[in-house]
Design a protein around this ligand. Structure first.
Ligand SMILES: Cc1ncc(C[n+]2csc(CCOP(=O)(O)OP(=O)(O)O)c2C)c(N)n1
Length: 329
């Protein structure tokens, strides 16, 4: 049966370029991490990039997103400034949180990236609050809440699901299931890995489970979901299965089984999409090389400018600590 998503036209080469861009930013961060100049904890999303790329492709700038401690892909694909993000990692005053927040407090209100917070599960009710505001203002903005499978172990998640459902809020609960919370596998936390979606279905909410590594196919499915949420005014829950290549925090790997890591790397989202586009002659090797050169130049410029930018001034250090209308960001 053909579904609505079969008719959605996604520009595959544009999508691939976005995917490649997030991967290359992450790889450059990994390379520079040991220099010890970025003094904040960094949670890498290498391996998991396709979900944000696929979903944000169908969002409008005016739509809202919120995220967690692992937010780079979400911030960048919603349109957050790369320079402001890198500046933030270096603690500079040009950072998106004025150098106060580091990698777990990214924000760019100009593009609807309302924020991210390291307290697991904490941004779920915040996202629902944004959607409630949109409902009161009678606009059709969609709010996307990105979170990991670990967040589904917080009570706030279930209260938020119920509230969104009872109030017909335009929310996409996007669970990036990488099977681990820090280093504990989901099967050590729940009876089986179908548990999350089964529990969520019990609320009566529309729930989907997708492969998170095939960016193009995911983009089509999610485009259809975004469209439905916007027109029906109802929340949905989406679980995308994926994997991170690094440990929980920092670029080092951890003690997850080698065969498991290599199995997931065989379905690397960038490699997978690149192969498909080359085989289908949608892109040539030269075009991919050109993308890489353009992105590398953009990244280099962002790092150069961020490193040269000033640190916050000592007399200003208390600014933005408490709410103060006169100096809000
Ligand atoms: C309320 C709370 N408890 C514990 C932690 C410590 N912690 C940091 S990351 C993490 C695992 C989160 O796993 P998941 O939600 O699946 O996100 P992922 O890291 O896989 O993106 C935990 C427990 C925290 N930050 N907040």
């Amino acid at each position: 049966m053909r579904t609505k998503s079969d008719f959605i036209n996604i520009d595959k080469s544009k999508l691939f370029r976005k995917l490649l861009r997030v991967r290359m930013v992450e790889e450059e961060l990994v390379r520079r991490h040991s220099e010890q100049e970025m003094r904040c904890p960094i949670h890498f999303c290498i391996g998991r990039e396709a979900i944000a790329v696929a979903l944000c492709e169908s969002l409008k700038i005016s739509d809202y997103t919120v995220s967690t401690h692992r937010a780079h892909a979400h911030y960048l694909t919603k349109g957050g400034s790369l320079y402001a993000m890198i500046s933030e990692f270096y603690g500079k005053s040009t950072g998106c949180a004025a150098g106060r927040g580091g990698s777990m407090h990214l924000i760019d209100r100009n593009v609807g990236f309302v924020g991210c917070v390291p307290i697991v599960g904490s941004t779920i009710p915040i996202g629902v609050g944004l959607a409630f505001g949109s409902m009161l203002q009678k606009n059709d903005k969609v709010t996307v809440i990105f979170f990991g499978d670990g967040s589904t172990e917080e009570g706030a998640f279930y209260e938020s699901l119920n509230f969104a459902l009872m109030n017909n809020l335009r929310v996409i609960f996007m669970c990036e299931n990488d099977f681990y919370a820090v280093s504990t596998h989901i099967t050590k936390r729940r009876r089986n890995d179908e548990a999350i979606i089964r529990i969520v279905e019990g609320f009566g909410i529309g729930a989907y489970r997708f492969d998170g590594q095939d960016c193009n196919s995911l983009a089509k499915k999610l485009a259809s979901i975004v469209d439905d949420v916007r027109s029906n005014g109802k929340p949905v829950f989406v679980q995308c299965d994926t994997y991170r290549y690094t440990g929980n925090c920092g670029p080092e790997s951890d003690s997850r089984p080698d065969d498991e890591v290599s199995r997931w790397k065989e379905r690397d989202p960038v490699k997978l999409m690149q192969e498909k586009l080359l085989n289908a002659k949608v892109l040539s090797t030269d075009q991919i090389e050109q993308f890489k050169a353009e992105i590398a130049a953009e990244i280099q410029e962002a790092f150069d400018k961020a490193q040269a930018a000033p640190f916050p001034l000592r007399p200003d250090l208390n600014k933005f600590v408490f709410k103060d209308a006169s100096n809000s960001l």
